[in-house]
Design a binder for this molecule. Structure first.
Ligand code: ADP
Length: 265
């Protein structure tokens, strides 16, 4: 594996008697796009919350660059987070929303201005910087949330169903945009979804979750072509995949390359 960035080492998490993550180990390399895919309630969000530091494992260790996460102060964890509910501040403009994490860190005004402009450009919101969230479409609001997560240039971005609230067309556009940003910035992305085709399209590797464990992990093609259990076969099979969707993922890569080269992002 290329440079190891994140290690989940035999992580378990229980709420009362309910074990929601069960002795799970997972290594994620620097620059990898890994999707946590599985049915609702299989422990994906809980694992992400532990990585973000919002929840503590009941047992096991999470390491970032070899260091236990608990030894790292929040700003050293170097992670941006994007959730389905964008949680934008309604009374602030787009630019103010995006600037917020930098203000919290005490970044100087000139640097804030520069970074906000750069990141709004990246997500194609430069012309909307003075609007308030209520004046934006769902897709635009999600771009603001993405910009806010990227503004302090984290190397790792955690996303929890970030596109779930968007309609199909916007979702597909955002899938391309996120993948292009990943490629361009060399981001490590951990992406939670219950949408099989989304995971197949976007990821370098997919970890298929079943009841707090990883039922299978591998490339989209391996998961799609060689499911190792009936659970994985049925879960992947449940999607509305038309035949050749994994082929389509190749086409997606081509479109992304075009988009990135053409400065669409
Ligand atoms: P997923 O993201 O795969 O849908 P979650 O990680 O959100 O799954 O949830 C896994 C299980 O843990 C679910 O049964 C959920 O109800 C339970 N759970 C999650 N958070 C809490 C909590 N704070 N207290 C009690 N149970 C929880």
């Amino acid at each position: 594996m290329a440079n190891l960035r994140i290690r989940f080492d035999r992580i378990s998490k229980s709420y009362g008697n309910l074990r929601v993550v069960d002795d799970l180990s997972l290594d994620i390399a620097e620059g990898e796009f890994v999707s946590l895919l599985g049915p609702s309630g299989s422990g994906k969000t809980t694992l992400l919350m532990m990585l973000a530091g919002f929840e503590q494992p009941s047992s096991g260790a999470i390491l970032i660059d070899g260091q236990p996460i608990n030894d790292l102060p929040a700003h050293r964890r170097d992670m941006g987070v994007v959730f389905q509910s964008y949680a934008l501040f309604p009374h602030m403009t787009v630019a103010e929303n995006v600037a917020f994490p930098l203000q919290m860190r005490g970044t100087g005004r000139a640097e804030i201005r520069e970074r906000v402009a750069r990141v709004l450009d990246m997500v194609q919101l430069q012309t909307l910087s003075d609007r308030r969230p209520a004046q934006l479409s769902g897709g635009q609001q999600q771009r603001v949330a993405l910009a806010r997560a990227l503004v302090f240039e984290p190397r790792v971005v955690l996303m929890d169903e970030p596109l779930g609230a968007l309609d199909k067309q916007l979702r597909e556009q955002m899938q391309l945009d996120i993948r292009a940003l990943h490629n361009r910035l060399g981001l490590t992305i951990v992406f939670v979804t219950h949408d099989q085709s989304e995971a197949l399209t976007m990821s370098d590797r997919i970890a298929v979750f079943n009841r707090g464990r990883i039922a299978q992990i591998g490339s989209p093609r391996a998961i799609y072509d060689e499911p190792r259990s009936r659970f994985v076969a049925e879960f992947i099979g449940e999607t509305n995949l038309v035949e050749g969707t994994v082929e389509a993922a190749g086409a997606t890569e081509a479109r992304i390359a075009l988009a990135a080269g053409g400065h669409v992002m």
